[in-house]
Unconditional design. Structure first.
Length: 134
């Protein structure tokens, strides 16, 4: 459950998003509300970019703990809550709702196993969030 928070907090800081990595046009359109909120909060955006990228890395590399989309959401929500509680990330008004709406649009609202295809979609969604935070 705390895998994403631990990865964000204690693993070496992730590399920023690769300049060559670009979300699709559909992903860019879907993440626009998140991007708008983060553009008004540049200090938060810098830290959130790191967290979103770290979550993408954890989801991409883990095959033992995260078995479903529900596991990913639970780990991500716990990591975000803990980071805010411990002062690692600021609370940004409207961001949780906008992020949840994006993830629902990108991944659906149904609990699904993390097949290789679904895992790739989850990684892409979190990389898109990191891109929006740039």
């Amino acid at each position: 459950l705390l895998l994403a928070f631990v990865g964000y907090k204690y693993l070496p800081k992730p590399q920023p998003t690769a300049p060559s990595w670009q979300p699709t046009a559909a992903q860019q359109a879907a993440v626009q509300p998140v991007e708008a909120i983060l553009s008004a909060n540049p200090e938060a955006a810098a830290e959130l970019e790191k967290m979103y990228w770290a979550v993408a890395q954890v989801v991409e590399s883990d095959t033992r703990v995260l078995k479903s989309t529900a596991d990913v959401r639970q780990a991500y929500n716990a990591a975000g809550s803990l980071a805010v509680q411990h002062g690692e990330l600021p609370l940004v008004s409207g961001l949780p709702e906008a992020t949840d709406a994006f993830l629902t649009e990108a991944l659906g609202n149904k609990v699904e196993p993390l097949t290789p295809e679904k895992r790739s979609a989850v990684v892409g969604a979190f990389r898109t969030l990191a891109w929006a935070a740039k």
